[in-house]
Design a protein around this ligand. Structure first.
Ligand SMILES: [Zn+2]
Length: 367
């Protein structure tokens, strides 16, 4: 979220506003102006949008504080035109805890709605009449008499909307957590995200089939569709990485290139093998050779393009070699490879080279 404006911090959590948030303010100002609203009316309208988004912010803080109880921090909260987004550092893997984190957001809106309801119950202020009167002004004319009734109505709408089991919306997260009790988390996420995508298509269809709905329905539909898909991929990848060690995935058949050979000698390996990089060996004695580094396929291709006749493998060998043991967690290796841009690592057991692990291979494994 680089295109965001920092607002400040609440209880250590950075609060940001995405620039596109201001587009909805402009959109409503334009709509109000088109409907002949006075400057005072426009101020009330903008004021209402700001209070509404404060409710959205409190909703996101509900998720964050619930997650904090389970030791999970929040990177930041960003307000977008389609709602808020709390980036939690993770999700509790226990279904019951995930359910609590998902429910505590809408619960905040339930509390706000209940407080407002209590207010209307205990005071003589009318709730229904101001809302009915508002219908005649296309819902844009916010004023002191309908401000709170409207806020109550919108908080109820937020709760109902979030209850729709469209993963990764809150209701969908509860669904995933429920599914994860009888089945494994990956399968539960797959089903929940499929259901989420069906809802997403439904939202978009509703917009086109029944005119008069807000265009935000399309935005929300697109967001859910993409987010459901990417969240499923992430869960699948995490699960595959977490349960495996290098030994489960490593190649025991791998290509070795000798440092004295010409680049052209590697041509066959370049086209026929699926390895991301090759180990390079050097001569230690008449009887012994040692692994001294690696060349990546990409580096090899680049060198071949230069067409320098005297270039040999030694000239393009990368000597930053990280030896690893076969019992290391795959997750750690994958993280290091991505972070430091290492395409291959030789696997050693008791000083003997027993295999290699490379980036493509892990990718194939978690696909
Ligand atoms: Zn939520």
């Amino acid at each position: 979220m680089t295109q965001s404006i920092k607002l400040g911090k609440i209880s250590g959590i950075p609060i940001n506003v995405h620039w596109s948030f201001f587009l909805i303010i402009l959109y409503f100002l334009y709509e109000g102006w088109q409907n002949n609203l006075s400057p005072i009316d426009l101020i009330w309208l903008v004021g209402f949008i700001l209070v509404l988004f404060s409710c959205v912010l409190l909703h996101e803080l509900g998720h964050s504080f619930a997650a904090r109880r389970y030791g999970i921090g929040t990177e930041d909260i960003t307000l977008l035109p389609i709602g808020g987004l709390a980036r939690l550092q993770g999700m509790p893997k226990k279904p019951t805890q995930e359910m609590v984190v998902a429910i505590m957001g809408p619960m905040v809106n339930v509390v706000i709605a209940a407080l407002l309801g209590l207010f209307f119950w205990l005071t003589p202020y009318g709730f229904i009449e101001p809302l009915n009167a508002m219908d005649e002004t296309k819902g844009l004319l916010v004023n002191p008499s309908n401000f709170l009734p409207l806020l109550l109505l919108i908080n109820i709408t937020l709760v109902l909307f979030n209850c729709i089991p469209a993963f990764p919306m809150d209701g969908g997260r509860v669904l995933r957590a429920l599914l994860a009790i009888p089945m494994n988390r990956v399968k539960a996420t797959r089903i929940a995200s499929l259901i989420g995508q069906i809802f997403a298509v439904g939202f978009i269809a509703v917009y086109f089939l029944y005119p008069g709905h807000s265009p935000f329905l399309i935005l929300i539909g697109l967001f859910i569709f993409v987010a459901a898909g990417s969240e499923y991929k992430m869960v699948k990848r995490e699960a595959a990485l977490e349960g495996s060690t290098v030994r489960d995935v490593m190649r025991t058949q791998f290509t070795e290139l000798s440092e004295e050979s010409a680049l052209e000698d590697a041509m066959e390996s370049l086209t026929n093998s699926k390895e991301a990089a090759f180990l390079v060996t050097g001569r230690v004695s008449d009887y012994e050779r040692n692994v001294i580094g690696f060349v990546s396929k990409r580096g090899l291709k680049r060198a071949l393009k230069t067409k320098q006749p005297d270039l040999i493998i030694r000239n393009i060998t990368n000597k930053n070699l990280y030896r690893i043991s076969p019992d290391i967690q795959l997750k750690k290796v994958y993280e290091d490879m991505t972070r430091y841009g290492i395409p291959i690592m030789p696997v050693y057991e008791e000083e003997a080279l027993i295999g290699t692990i490379d980036y493509y291979q892990i990718h194939d494994f978690i696909k």
